[in-house]
Write a protein that binds this ligand. Structure first.
Ligand code: GLN
Length: 192
């Protein structure tokens, strides 16, 4: 069984652990650099990216995760997507720079910043997983404003990319760990 780390400093790491189990992987809760040893991939969960960033600086975890992402798949959801992006605005902050995307934090605005909605993933995603619409939970989500030439957009919401793959890495601005639909986690496990 694949062993997948879940960065567990802050945020909804427990929900990702449960989602990984449902998708058939063994979650490992990562709190320090040594926990990254012998993992096949890593999930960076939703939460508050600024706080996660601060906590990652403590024992060299920031550099260890950047190094891990240089050789193994990383899946970032929401705050996790902000952490793996090359470019962050709204406000700007440091990031791991694992994917050639630009994200704007909290970009849906204050009035309608969180919602549960139905999205229709791109045909490529449906072909690689299973057909059917997907429930997408957005919680103070960022908007992906730019994707690089190697990115594959696997789902959009109101025209903006919300599920994007680039090589071994994957990001979603919504929270697939909060619904019973395992397709996004299953797709990530295919990459390991
Ligand atoms: N708004 C958060 C941030 O900027 C992300 C929210 C989330 O992960 N649900 O870090």
């Amino acid at each position: 069984m694949k062993k997948v780390g879940v960065l567990s400093l802050q945020g909804d790491f427990a929900a990702h652990g449960a989602a990984l189990e449902r998708a058939g992987a063994q979650p490992v809760y990562v709190r320090e650099s040594a926990d990254l040893r012998s993992l096949d991939g890593l999930v960076i969960p939703g939460g508050e990216s600024t706080t996660m960033l601060k906590l990652m600086r403590f024992d060299g975890l920031f550099d260890a995760v950047a190094e891990f992402g240089g050789r193994k798949p990383v899946f970032g959801t929401c705050a996790g997507a902000i952490l793996v992006a090359d470019e962050v605005s709204g406000p700007a902050q440091e990031s791991l720079r694992l994917m050639d995307i630009a994200v704007e934090r909290n970009a849906y605005g204050r009035q309608i910043d969180s919602r549960v909605t139905q999205i229709e993933p791109e045909p490529e995603f449906l072909a690689r997983t299973a057909p059917g619409k997907m429930e997408a939970v957005f919680i103070r989500a960022p908007i992906i404003r730019r994707t690089g030439p190697d990115a594959r957009i696997l789902a959009r919401y109101h025209g903006d990319p919300v599920l994007v793959e680039q090589g071994r890495h994957l990001v979603s601005t919504f929270h697939p760990e909060l619904t019973a639909d395992s397709r996004v986690h299953a797709l990530f496990l295919e990459k390991l």
